[in-house]
Design a protein around this ligand. Structure first.
Ligand code: HEM
Ligand SMILES: *[C@@H]1O[C@H](CO)[C@@H](O)[C@H](O)[C@H]1NC(C)=O
Ligand SMILES: *[C@@H]1O[C@H](CO)[C@@H](O)[C@H](O)[C@H]1NC(C)=O
Ligand SMILES: *[C@@H]1O[C@H](CO)[C@@H](O)[C@H](O)[C@H]1NC(C)=O
Ligand SMILES: *[C@@H]1O[C@H](CO)[C@@H](O)[C@H](O)[C@H]1NC(C)=O
Ligand SMILES: CC(=O)N[C@H]1CO[C@H](CO)[C@@H](O)[C@@H]1O
Length: 326
C-alpha cells in the first residue's frame, strides 16, 4: 500500500518532469508542423530589410520590449481595445517601429501554415535575422513560444526601464527578466545601432534637476553640440539623434568606448559606468575582440528570448498579431 503510493508519487513526479521538459523552447520546434517556418521569416527579412535597414534596430528593440513585459509572448503587438489600453500605447513604446513588418511576415506564415507559428516566435526570429542581414552578430533562437492574450499599458510602464533609469532600476528590471549584470552590459550594447528622439534625453541637456541645469555625467562638449545642432529646444520631440554617431549602422564596440568618454546618450547608458561590476565588464569587452563581443551578445540574446515564455498549451497561436483570436 505504502509502496504503491510511493510509486504513484514517483510516477506523478516523472510526469511533471516530462511535462516540464516538453514545455521548453527547442531549436527547430516547427520542423514537423511547418518545416519552412524559419525559412519564410528569413527570406522575407532578406528580401525587405535592405529597403529600410534601420528596421533591424527597431525589430531588436521590439523583441526586447516584448520579452520584458509578461515574457516574450507578442503582447507588445496587441492593439488597444475600447476597454483596454495596450502595451503598444504606453509611453516607452511611443517610438517602437516595425509592427507592419511583423504583420507581413505573419501573413506569409499563415498562408503556408495556418495557426501554427506564434507571433512571439516571429518577432524573435525576425529580430535575429534582420541583425544578421545587416552585418551584426547572430544567435540561436529556440522556438515554441506561445502568444499571450493580455496586454496592459501599466505592465509596460512597470517593466520597461525608462532612459532615466539609474543602476538599481536597471538591475531590478533585468533581474525580473532573468538577466544579470553581464547581460545588462551586453544587451545595452545594442545601442551601437539605431536612433533616439531628443525627448528621450533632453532633460540631461536642459533641466536635469529642475533648475535649468545639465547632467554632470554627460560630456559637456557633447551636450553643447547636441543643443546647438540637434535638440535645439527642451520640448523637441521629433528630431532624431544617432546613439552611436559615426557608426550608427555598424554593430561594433564603439558604444562602450563612448560610455567611457561620458558620451552615452541616456542616463541608463551612463549608469553602466556607476557600478564597479559593470564598469569592469565594459573594460573587459573593450579589451576583447569584436567576435568575442558577438559571441557574448548572442548568448545574452538567447537568454533574453527565454524570458518568462509561455509554452505547451499556455496562451494561443494568434492568427493576426494585433488581435487575440476570437
Ligand atoms: C538597459 C535599458 C534600456 C533602456 C533604458 C533603453 C532605452 C532606449 C530608448 C529611450 C531608446 C530611444 C527611443 C526613442 O526615443 O526613439 C532606445 C532605442 C533603442 N534601443 Fe534601447 N534601451 C535599453 C535596452 C535595450 C536593449 C536590451 C536592447 C536590445 C537588445 C535595446 C535596443 C535598442 C535599439 C536597437 C534602439 C534604436 C531603435 C531604433 O533605431 O528605432 N535597448 N532604447
Ligand atoms: C491595429 O492597429 C493598427 C494601427 O492602429 C491598425 O492599422 C490595424 O488595422 C489594427 N489591427 C486590427 C486587426 O484591427
Ligand atoms: C534610483 O531610482 C529610484 C526611482 O526611480 C529611486 O527610488 C532610487 O532611490 C534611486 N537609487 C539611487 C541609488 O539613486
Ligand atoms: C525646469 O523644471 C522645473 C521643474 O519641473 C520647471 O519649473 C522649470 O520651468 C523648468 N525650466 C526649464 C528651463 O525648462
Ligand atoms: C510633441 O510636441 C507637440 C508640441 O509640444 C505636441 O502637440 C505633441 O503631442 C507631442 N507629440 C508626442 C508624440 O508626444
Ligand atoms: C499613445 C501613442 O502615441 N501610442 C503609440 C505607440 O506606438 C504605436 C506604434 O508606433 C502608435 O501607433 C501609437 O499611437
Amino acid at each position: 500500500m505504502g509502496s504503491t503510493r510511493f510509486s504513484g508519487i514517483l510516477v506523478s513526479c516523472l510526469l511533471v518532469i516530462i511535462g516540464l521538459s516538453e514545455a521548453q523552447l527547442q531549436l527547430g520546434f516547427y520542423a514537423k508542423n511547418c518545416p519552412n517556418a524559419e525559412k519564410i521569416v528569413k527570406d522575407y527579412v532578406e528580401e525587405h530589410i535592405h529597403n529600410s535597414p534601420s528596421l533591424a534596430a527597431a525589430l531588436i528593440r521590439l523583441h526586447f520590449h516584448d520579452c520584458f513585459v509578461r515574457g516574450c509572448d507578442a503582447s507588445i503587438l496587441l492593439n488597444s481595445t475600447s476597454s483596454n489600453q495596450a502595451e503598444k500605447d504606453a509611453p516607452p513604446n511611443l517610438t517602437l517601429r516595425g509592427f507592419d513588418f511583423i504583420d507581413r511576415i505573419k501573413s506569409r506564415l499563415e498562408a503556408q501554415c495556418p495557426g501554427i507559428v506564434s507571433c512571439a516566435d516571429t518577432i524573435a526570429l525576425a529580430a535575429r535575422d534582420s541583425i544578421v542581414a545587416t552585418g551584426g552578430p547572430t544567435w540561436k533562437v529556440p522556438t515554441g513560444r506561445r502568444d499571450g492574450v493580455i496586454a496592459r499599458r501599466a505592465d509596460a510602464l512597470a517593466n520597461i526601464p525608462p532612459p532615466t533609469s539609474n543602476f538599481s532600476n536597471l538591475q531590478r528590471t533585468f533581474a525580473n527578466a532573468g538577466l544579470d549584470l553581464k547581460d545588462l552590459v551586453l544587451l545595452s550594447g545594442a545601442h551601437t545601432i539605431g536612433v533616439s528622439h531628443c525627448s528621450s534625453f533632453s532633460n540631461r541637456l536642459y533641466n536635469f534637476t529642475g533648475v535649468g541645469d545639465q547632467d554632470p555625467a554627460l560630456n559637456t562638449q557633447y551636450a553643447a553640440n547636441l543643443k546647438a545642432n540637434k535638440c535645439k529646444t527642451p520640448t523637441d520631440n521629433t528630431t532624431i539623434v544617432e546613439m552611436d554617431p559615426g557608426s550608427v549602422r555598424t554593430f561594433d564596440l564603439s558604444y562602450y568606448t563612448l560610455l567611457l568618454k561620458r558620451r552615452g546618450l541616456f542616463q541608463s547608458d551612463a549608469a553602466l559606468t556607476t557600478s564597479s561590476t559593470t564598469y569592469n565588464y565594459i573594460h573587459q569587452l573593450l579589451k576583447g575582440s569584436l567576435q568575442n563581443f558577438y559571441d557574448e551578445f548572442g548568448k545574452s540574446m538567447e537568454k533574453m528570448g527565454r524570458a518568462n515564455v509561455k509554452t505547451g498549451s499556455a496562451g494561443e497561436i494568434r492568427k493576426q498579431c494585433s488581435v487575440v483570436n476570437s
